[in-house]
Design a protein around this ligand. Sequence first.
Ligand code: SER
Length: 610
Amino acid sequence: MTPRTTADIRKAYLDFYASKGHAIIPGASLVPENDPTVLFTTAGMHPLVPYLMGQAHPMGKTVCNVQLCVRTQDIDEVGDASHLTMFEMLGRWSMGDYFKEGAITMSYEFMTSVLGIPKEKFAVTCFEGDSDAPRDDESAAIWKKVGVPEERVGFLPKAKNWWGPAGQTGPCGPDTEMFYWVGPTTPDGLRGVDSKPQGNPATHDAEWLEIGNDVLIQYDKQADGSFAPLKQKNLDEGLGLERLACVLQGVGSVYDTDAFRPMLEAVFAKTKKSEADATRDARIIVDHFKAASFIIADGVRPGNVDQGYVLRRLIRRAIRSARKLEIQELGGFSAYMASVVRAQYGDFYTQLETKKSVIEETLNREEEAFMKTLAEGTKHFQKIAEKSSTQIAGIDAFHLYDTYGFPIEMTKEMAAESGKTIDEAGFTKAFEEHQALSRAGAEKKFAGGLADHGGETTKLHTATHLLNAALKKVLGDHVNQKGSNITAERLRFDFNHPDKMTPEQIKKVEDLVNDAIKADAPISYSVMTVDEAKAAGAIGVFGDKYGDKVKVYTMGSFSKEICGGPHVAKTGMLGSFKIQKEESSSSGVRRIKAVVSGGPKEVEVAVEAA
Ligand code: SER
């Protein structure tokens, strides 16, 4: 039986690559660990960057998984037939194992034999070459060898056939992409018009839909824009699960697939509007509550900055759509939608079950808070819109934000609905004057990319382990990591502790870390099971998703902790350590910001224990 449902396709992918020797690893949190430059995990390769750069992965050189990804740049587009805030990426990686031959032969077997995609509806593109990297005739030859006809192989330039780095610097390379013939698009953006396949994406771009990407990661993009060869060649494959389901089920929109359709029906059942009139808002409601449920499950709460602000925007925009559909049961509607999402995804994503109450409570609280001001704010908006000819003043948009809690993106959307724009620069100015929050900072992060894994971040990462161990010694064994965020300038560490630390405690922690640095203790790691790690006394966030095998880093006699790395080879490389700030992060959680200085610029990286 060829897999057709979303759940079957997901399972078929993991089963197939497990049968080809890939270890199945858990998807990472939606909130990237130790990566301050992006708000959410945007691709399956994102948590694997250190391993693509050459660190050993505890599960071996070939792995696969399903990774939830959030791409915030798509949020405002949600409502049409194809955009989603969150999607599932089926991914597999060769980290210094097989390269083009293995990548392509297995991709082809999966697409045609496992999924049963007809050969005439399958096409590929390869990198046409430029001054950074040569034309990829090698991949094209392999595709032809496995059975793809000449006319289905196209060559395209870097703008199309190159992936990464996810940010300014880091792993990247030419890619070879896989496409499915969907034919011409209907005017409302729906796919699936049956017609005879022609050419390839280089000749008939609009009619071929990308369904998979094999990135041949072999370069490390430098800050100066040049491409340094990586020490190992890698494959980073990503397949969009919802898109695959869409084409395999022969439906025109991802919202019409087996996973989304029942969730949409649940919304239609609660509105008197016709399906045609309700579709756009129903899509927003379903997409946003789905993403919000998973984001809350990974520990985010609605707020005014960073991930919390994205979450707030999602919930509030969905509530506004629910109000437009005149759904009566507001006051509990969010939690109801969370249960609809859970019914669809709870089997595979067990966090929806284990975090059920916190998801529902968080959603309902935000819904209640917003409902208090939504009606008033909407009236206020109408008054403003009437008095504004074509543009709404920045100060008015700020007032809607500040007094009624209207995210600026929502005001912009409301303005567009009445044919108007917003003076965004004016809004930002009013906003900055009121210093309400660093949303500008958040926007920069959306545009940013992966953290660099250079010397400074590696040192600070090592310092974080020493700090964690020192806090346990000084404050007690109850101390556990609640969050970590590292830039090239500083570390930020959140941990549970009921009281503000005294100056003496801060000094003591600092001294302990500096003693460990002075001891210049060697650092190495060993690979073991989670149980073995626990038995060895390693600390870790044990509620977390670990694979069957983990790496445990030992830093002299000071610290033993489960972690992916990388770390410096000797504690002395940190120079000296200083805590700059100790403050409250949220109820029962404290936050420390600290720096290191005086160590060498280039550091050696810790390796596996002999
Ligand atoms: N990283 C690539 C992508 O996001 C392939 O997984 O498309």
